[in-house]
Design a protein around this ligand. Structure first.
Ligand code: FPP
Length: 262
């Protein structure tokens, strides 16, 4: 995992070189909130907000690839979102599928490995089939690992991984089982930076285990208005924070274990 502050030093701080080094390979997660309010503010149906949200998603993936982010996990639909009116759910599912299919050539061309994480058993068969096809077609991508969370609940994944544990628990074993519980075929590092748009300040059951030491950035921007500059602003905020991972200032997360601490 990249530890941001360790990559900054007096010589390079503030330069493009330093910024690139800080961002390279990060795991950024985004709770894309505010589609409905964006639409209501314009007198539009919520669907229009989700469509504009899909355009913001495309812009963000493009920016993340250009900036050198390693893993981008986007929260598109939670297990609790099934409580929404059936018409909104149906439109969202349709949007996910058309987006995955229409973006496939661009994903392959730009080296984007696409994965959908979350439950598969409640998804429409046609959507599930499209997900399999897109995952297969993009599996060799190495520029950006894009994970879209659909029918996802961190608690549900944690419970299922815990239920599958055999023998003495270890972080490595549990992490593997957690990946299986969310149907992730590729591993992903812990979240470095978690962004939530739309002004609310909560995690909403998103990546609770993986975000143990994530830096949190809350943006007032409604998701459809989210632009590359907003992503860069969040990354700038991230770079200014000192990550201590429970240690002391200046240790840059390189913690000496008690047995070695003499
Ligand atoms: C939260 O905003 C957003 C969602 C539940 C759906 C996210 C979907 C997209 C960004 C559309 C594109 C996605 C893909 C994968 C193509 P909200 O509707 O809860 O907004 P509100 O809080 O203003 O009501």
């Amino acid at each position: 995992m990249i530890k941001s502050t360790s990559l900054y030093n007096e010589r390079t701080e503030g330069t493009a070189e330093a910024r690139a080094a800080t961002i390279s390979g990060l795991h950024v997660a985004i709770i894309m909130d505010g589609n409905g309010r964006w639409a209501s503010a314009r007198g539009l149906p919520r669907t229009a907000g989700h469509q504009a949200g899909a355009r913001a998603l495309r812009r963000t993936v493009e920016a993340a690839t250009e900036l050198g982010i390693g893993t981008l996990t986007l929260y598109a639909f939670s297990c609790d979102n099934w409580k929404r009116p059936p018409t909104e759910v149906a439109i969202l599912m349709q949007l996910f599928r058309t987006h995955l299919i229409s973006e496939l050539p661009r994903s392959v061309e730009n080296g984007i490995r696409v994965e959908v994480i979350g439950r598969r058993d409640r998804l429409d068969g046609v959507l599930a089939q499209s997900i399999n096809e897109v995952e297969h077609a993009t599996a060799a991508g190495s520029a950006l690992h894009l994970r879209i969370a659909v029918d996802y609940s961190a608690r549900d994944c944690i419970l299922r991984a815990a239920g599958a544990l055999e023998g003495p628990p270890s972080t490595e074993r549990f992490t593997l089982l957690l990946g299986e519980a969310m149907h992730a075929s590729a591993g992903a590092p812990d979240v470095d930076l978690l962004i939530r748009t739309g002004g609310e300040k909560r995690l909403s059951d998103f990546l609770l285990w993986e975000s143990a030491y994530a830096e949190l950035v809350f943006s007032e921007r409604m998701w459809p208005d989210f632009e590359r500059v907003d992503l860069e602003a969040a990354l700038g905020e991230f770079a200014r924070r000192e990550r201590r991972f429970g240690g002391l200032p200046g240790q840059n997360g390189n913690i000496v274990a008690p047995a070695q601490a003499v």
